[in-house]
Design a protein around this ligand. Structure first.
Ligand code: ZN
Length: 437
């Protein structure tokens, strides 16, 4: 009883007399949601009977504790050490994140009574915790993301955020590719504000402590949080995406670029890593005016590779594209359209297939290529061509004119399908996508 009164008296001095600054902050910042509950824990210890710990436990509106007391009790006991005539307080300050989540920052303060006055002798901030103030659920990746594909997509955005425009060397990019961002949906190394998702990665040679991803860049992936998808093209709109594979080629690609420029058409190029390595300036020129995706490094059939080799093949092509253009692409066109579930598991990019095959590699004649494309195209189509054949170069003006005459407008794949596509999914056109099986 004596000890209880002493601790309670000390608490009263702390809270009412305002002899330290943390208490008013708790009161004003957390009052509406976090009713500070004065739970007094008489910490019994045979070696130091005078040790006292006081935790202002945050809780939900209906009294459920938002955090477990034990770790804070332990932290407070550690802070107290062997100090005599002292008490440790754990208090939480908080600020709202998103939805019902708040970030709570605990701190331990040790007070000592000396010559009849109470004095703050130690103050120590503890690791913040993100918690749902209605359900007491701790914020994890799984609080935001429903699937591992969404998790993989967010992790790839984190990598892009770190790499794009930063001129990382080949070695640095490799190190960045090896960073563990969100390990799984149980991961808690993240926080969310009104505008960004922040991930705190594991220790890494690049010494990246945190990466901020704008929510606008990943909103479609946060399916648990936001309902609905980012807007994509309406199937009724007469939009179509021209895509070119296997380049860049120093003879034919510049001619394709000239034609596209002449007609003010933007297209999507799926570049081969080995071609990019041989033609970096031309690759940068393609990327400056058009959307660029990867077509692997050397046109491997990904479905025929071992899963690890498949990832290495894609990563190598990404590194080459990054070196030439300064950006990591977000789209993959698998050679031959070949992809299967096992080999795709480690690949973080969506597979972009096609709905209209120009078959421009099967003939040297221009007329059948033009005719096939202009007759078969429907709204929302993705057209497959190759910027490495003279007949493709020759057919392009008539294809553009023919489709424009039918009222079609040309857009990039991302403009057609949106920028937040899912890995392990293959996209054939607007409203036509299926899981990779
Ligand atoms: Zn190809």
């Amino acid at each position: 009883m004596k000890y209880y009164q002493w601790v309670a008296g000390l608490a009263l001095i702390g809270l009412l007399a305002g002899c330290h600054k943390a208490q008013p902050a708790v009161q004003s910042q957390t009052k509406p949601l976090l009713k500070a509950q004065r739970a007094i824990f008489a910490h019994s210890s045979s070696t130091n009977a005078g040790k006292r710990i006081h935790i202002l436990m945050p809780q939900t509106a209906n009294g459920k504790a938002l955090v477990k007391a034990a770790p804070y009790q332990a932290a407070a006991a550690k802070a107290l050490g062997k100090a005599k005539a002292a008490a440790a307080y754990v208090t939480f300050t908080g600020h709202p994140l998103q939805a019902d989540y708040w970030q709570l920052t605990p701190s331990v303060q040790v007070y000592q009574v000396k010559n009849g006055t109470t004095k703050l002798v130690k103050k120590q901030a503890l690791k913040p915790v993100n918690v749902n103030t209605k359900t007491a659920e701790i914020l994890t990746a799984g609080s935001l993301l429903n699937t591992d594909a969404e998790l993989q997509a967010v992790n790839y955005r984190a990598l892009k955020q770190v790499a794009d425009g930063k001129h990382l060397s080949a070695d640095q990019l490799k190190q960045a590719q090896a960073i563990t961002w969100l390990k799984n949906r149980q991961a808690t190394n993240l926080t969310v504000s009104a505008k960004t998702l922040t991930i705190y990665p594991a220790a890494n040679p690049l010494q990246i402590k945190a990466v901020d991803i704008p929510l606008t860049a990943i909103s479609s992936y946060l399916s648990k949080w936001h309902q609905g998808q980012a807007t994509v093209a309406d199937a009724k709109q007469k939009l179509v995406a021209l895509t070119f594979d296997d380049g860049p080629n120093p003879q034919t690609t510049p001619q394709i670029l000239n034609t596209l420029a002449k007609f003010h058409v933007q297209a999507t190029f799926f570049l081969l890593g080995e071609q990019v390595a041989q033609n970096p300036a031309l690759s940068a020129q393609v990327a400056a005016g058009h959307e660029v995706g990867t077509h692997t490094y050397d046109h491997e059939n990904i479905a025929a590779l071992a899963p690890k080799a498949a990832v290495a093949e894609v990563d190598q092509s990404l590194a080459t594209l990054y070196e030439a253009t300064g950006k990591l692409p977000t789209l993959l066109r698998p050679p031959y359209g070949a992809m299967d579930k096992a080999h795709d598991a480690g690949v973080a990019l969506p597979a972009i297939q096609w709905s209209i095959d120009s078959r421009d590699w099967t003939t040297t004649q221009v007329a059948p290529i033009v005719s096939r494309v202009t007759h078969a195209t429907y709204p929302g189509s993705i057209i497959l061509m190759h910027d490495i054949h003279p007949q493709s170069v020759a057919a392009l003006p008539a294809i553009i004119k023919g489709l424009q005459a039918q009222g079609y407008r040309f857009v990039t794949v991302s403009q057609l399908l949106g920028t937040q596509l899912l890995p392990h999914e293959q996209y054939f056109g607007v409203g036509d996508h299926r899981p990779i099986e």
